[in-house]
Design a protein around this ligand. Sequence first.
Ligand SMILES: Nc1ncnc2c1ncn2[C@@H]1O[C@H](COP(=O)(O)OP(=O)(O)O)[C@@H](O)[C@H]1O
Ligand SMILES: [Mg+2]
Length: 364
Amino acid sequence: MVGVDDVINKLSTVIDPDIKKDIVSMGMIKDLELDSGNLKFTLELTTPACPFNEEIESDVRKAIDELDGINNLDMNVTAKVTEGRALNTDEFLKNVKNVIGIASGKGGVGKSTVALNLSLALAKTGAKVGLLDADVYGPSIPLMLGLKNIVVEADKDAKIIPTESNGIKVVSFGFFAERMDQAAIYRGPMLSTVLTQFLTGTVWSDLDYLIVDLPPGTGDIPLTLAQTVPITGVVIVTTPQEVASNVAVKSIGMFDKLNVTMLGVVENMSHFECSKCSEKHYIFGTGGAQKISEKHNIPFLGEIPLNSGIMEGSDLGKPVVITQPNSPSAEAFTAAAKNIAAQCSIAAAKLQEEMQAETTPTAS
Ligand SMILES: Nc1ncnc2c1ncn2[C@@H]1O[C@H](COP(=O)(O)OP(=O)(O)O)[C@@H](O)[C@H]1O
Ligand SMILES: [Mg+2]
């Protein structure tokens, strides 16, 4: 007779390809019941956006198939995003499981376009997503989402209530600045206060991922994000040209010094995708981000094509992930979003391990 122990042992042979640990010790198997050959359990994945979700599910089915004496498997597959940051250290963002900064060395590389479409792609997998447009010098998310003349609401404690758009919660500096160029008058310490206000003075409620679109470079805002609240990590957006990758490396250096986790690098405008010949043209050269990834040992998260649909969609407030969900551009964003979610799950697993190491007394 097959017993619960046999099932657990068998399931322990299934390894999560990202985290490289078995699914049982990661606590992904829940509510297991075995009754005369009828097996029932819940498989709880670490994010609905994991690139390997289907692979894990099929590995589990295969493993159970190999057990003698199981007549029926009733598996419920769910996902609960794991916490990639220490939650109990900050009162205000305690229900936000992951905070992800989107940074770049210089402006114009498509950081905001990437931040927005990644947020939307994550939300489409079922995750709860917020987007904070913290680019005080050029907040462009309102334009990209077609949000004009937003009246920002506050709750009874005078906290900002985010605006909902396409299934994500949005707060932008642009909602507050009458003229977009107003930010130029803000100086360092004031900028830090503004960011802190947006982070901790907003009712973000329960979020799996809070994406922060940072201003380009290594100024006060990226510094404040890295130092004010625990964050999961940072994603660097770059383009293939050497001028862009050289400055991207400077940003990486700064976050490195601050001990911020590098979730990886996304290459935007990586190649031109011609709708007529469906060939990829590498007009700016190839492999810039890949080289950064190898040299600095940070994950390569994906490449986004240069496509006029992306630009037009941004200008019209109609992001490509929403309006052309099956286009190669949208698929590229979705693939990158899943890789980021996977990196957050890896960060969460590491954090869990560190916390356990701290609480487990070592024999001396
Ligand atoms: N992959 C892409 N293909 C085509 N146009 C793009 C792409 N990414 C960004 N753009 C366009 O490039 C411009 C700059 O992008 P933006 O996201 O505002 O950059 P950043 O935030 O880095 O300054 C915008 O007009 C945007 O629509
Ligand atoms: Mg921008």
